[in-house]
Design a protein around this ligand. Structure first.
Ligand code: APR
Length: 175
């Protein structure tokens, strides 16, 4: 089961051989900084247009929710734009909302019959979620989901910095 999860350090936009790339978006779905900016730059203008179309039809994307678009110029087949919670001290259901964000991404990947999915450390940048706690939630949620469902078959946690990689690696090693 542990080989269903891979931990790597790097830039998520450079991944090849993955069906779905998850983006840490904001409720507007109009792009931003961090991994959101990098993904929109790599994917191109058609993705922004796809996000605008979703906005017109469905409105803003609430924290915990996610939407799926094609992947434009990226080699992946789809991008899931997920809105994690903003950290407000821990008493605003941030933990449950973060778990829900991961689950909704996995549900969307499964519904579209994708086998592999790559996640950034959602909410741990601009949104300020403590890295250790966020990693534990991400790991537990994804691990449990993959163990219970046929799809997706594999998840990759893409860590942008050394500290995040070490946190995820420790979780992997304790399995
Ligand atoms: N590949 C992988 N991970 C990345 C990359 C990248 N190219 N760039 C940044 N990261 C990492 C950050 O180091 C952090 O660990 O992604 C994690 C999430 O950070 P943010 O991108 O700041 O996302 P988040 O905390 O969820 O905040 C979302 O940021 O840019 C805005 O539009 C976005 O408003 C939204 C907010």
């Amino acid at each position: 089961m542990s080989d269903c999860i891979e931990v790597i350090k790097g830039d998520i936009t450079q991944l090849i051989d993955v069906d779905v790339i998850v983006n840490a978006a904001n409720p507007s779905l109009m792009g931003g900084g961090g991994v959101d900016g990098a993904i929109h730059r790599a994917a191109g203008e058609t993705i922004l247009e796809a996000c605008k179309a979703i906005r017109r039809q469905e409105g803003m994307c609430d924290p915990g929710q996610a939407v799926i678009t094609e992947a434009g110029n990226m080699t992946a087949q789809a991008i899931i734009h997920a809105v994690g919670p903003v950290w407000q001290g821990g008493n605003q259901q941030e933990a449950e909302l973060l778990a829900q964000t991961y689950r909704n991404c996995l549900d969307l990947a499964a519904a579209n019959r994708y086998r592999t999915i790559a996640f950034p450390a959602i909410s741990t940048g601009v949104y300020g979620f403590p890295r250790q706690q966020a990693a534990r939630i991400a790991w537990d949620t994804v691990y449990r989901y993959l163990g219970q469902r046929p799809l997706p078959e594999k998840a990759i946690f893409v860590c942008f910095d050394e500290e995040t990689q070490q946190i995820y690696q420790t979780l992997a090693d304790t399995l």
